[in-house]
Design a protein around this ligand. Structure first.
Ligand SMILES: [Zn+2]
Ligand SMILES: [Zn+2]
Length: 142
């Protein structure tokens, strides 16, 4: 599956047949994406290959450790490595495929009151253990 940013400078390939993603409804993701929830996949380091633009990525880090990686040219959110596990987080909206399925929802207690985004699938009040999330999303890749 190919993913690319708004301007096309950043391009990557996720070497998976189907992507399971989670939606995060926290207030930080809301600010970062400008939408009700972020939609992200978790991809093994070996399964994500940069096609172009890896050197065109900027990073902003909040004092709490929350980071935002984005295309320097167009500002699209782009894949970035998890800090303590061998996976990439990859924004689902960049991926040019419909073989994407929501497998979990996190921080559902923070969901915007106005949001109509469903939080029904495997909801977690806050943040589950990374391993638990990976088990839900990457079972097929393991
Ligand atoms: Zn771009
Ligand atoms: Zn979040």
């Amino acid at each position: 599956m190919i993913g690319s940013c708004l301007c096309g400078a950043v391009k990557f390939e996720a070497k998976v047949d189907k992507l399971k993603i989670y939606q995060c409804h926290c207030t930080l993701c809301r600010k970062q994406t400008g939408t009700a929830s972020s939609c992200g996949a978790i991809v093994n380091l070996d399964d994500l290959v940069w096609v172009s633009g890896e050197n065109n990525i900027s990073k902003w880090e909040k004092c709490t450790g929350f980071t935002s990686h984005f295309c320097t040219t167009c500002g699209s959110s782009v894949p970035n490595k998890f800090k303590n596990s061998p996976y990439y987080w990859a924004p689902a909206g960049l991926i040019e495929s419909d073989d994407i399925e929501v497998a979990a929802n996190i921080f559902v207690c923070d969901a915007a009151k106005w949001s109509k985004v469903s939080t029904k699938t495997n909801p977690f009040e806050t943040r589950p253990e990374v391993e638990e999330l990976i088990a839900l999303l990457c079972a097929k890749n393991a």
